[in-house]
Ligand binder design. Structure first.
Ligand code: IPE
Ligand code: IPE
Ligand code: MG
Length: 242
């Protein structure tokens, strides 16, 4: 079965899972972290090269203060506690997103995690933290505009590759498979540019219940798709009478 090279996930439904268990929302976030750890290992084991997860969106600052604070603490604690194991398992960890509003302690841990795991090659884990797709595109526009203003680039030479190269995800190929848990079928300002040809998989399972078997279902869904990229089926099979 063909395994997607790059999987991008919106880990959604921690709150609804908590509610279903009559627990406070932070209970679900904690359980969601356990799910993430299992899925990282499961994805690496299946030969996935890049796994991008949406951990915190720029819009998520709008949540109640105590939930935002809980999430920030959870990320910091998890990063400090679990980075050693990720490193032992040869996972490279990278972060994308706006670092400006992020607490200095967390930024330091993110930088340490990136440099510690820099040479790992089994799988790259990309954590979207304080990220939004529009923020990413705006940053790329700004970088390109600065080059034009400095006469290093002509506006007419701006092409799609150049835009891709100026996004925070420049180093990696676009996702092949997009997964969103917990029933919502929207992108919520995730990788807007990069998901243009991803296969979209939605499941009603909440993120804390998403496990290896659920990942296999998503991969099986992916493997059953014919990715035509604008062509027709016969062209892909080499049977067209062109
Ligand atoms: C996703 O679960 C986790 C984060 C945004 C960090 P939610 O917290 O969005 O869960 P629901 O959507 O309220 O169920
Ligand atoms: C998107 O989830 C961001 C993350 C999972 C980190 P939300 O659950 O906040 O998305 P909306 O606001 O319901 O679309
Ligand atoms: Mg949600």
């Amino acid at each position: 079965m063909e395994v997607p090279k790059h999987i991008a996930i919106i880990m959604d439904g921690n709150g609804r899972w908590s509610k279903a268990h009559a627990k406070p929302r932070h209970f679900g976030h904690k359980a969601g972290l356990e799910s993430l750890k299992k899925i990282i290992e499961a994805a690496a084991k299946r030969g996935v090269s890049y796994l991008t997860v949406f951990a915190f969106g720029i819009e998520n600052w709008l949540r109640p203060n105590d939930e935002v604070n809980y999430l920030m603490n959870l990320f910091l604690t998890a990063l400090r506690r679990d980075i050693g194991r990720l490193h032992e398992n040869s996972i490279r960890v990278q972060f994308i997103g706006d670092r400006q509003r992020v607490h200095a302690d967390l930024i330091r841990s993110m930088q340490e995690a990136e440099s510690l795991t820099r040479d790992n090659s089994r799988m790259t884990l990309i954590v979207a933290f304080n990220y939004s797709g529009r923020w990413d595109i705006r940053e790329a526009c700004q970088r390109l505009a600065e080059k034009v203003a400095a006469n290093q680039l002509s506006a007419a030479d701006i092409n799609e590759d150049l835009i891709s190269q100026n996004l925070s995800t420049a180093a990696w190929p676009d996702p092949d498979l997009f997964i969103r848990t917990s029933g919502e079928q929207r992108l919520s300002n995730f990788l807007l540019w990069q998901l243009s040809y991803a296969e979209l998989y939605f499941t009603d399972k909440h993120w804390p219940e998403f496990n290896e078997a659920e990942l296999d279902k998503a991969i099986a869904f992916y493997a059953a798709r014919e990715r035509r990229f604008g062509k027709i089926s016969e062209q892909l099979k080499g049977t067209e009478n062109a």
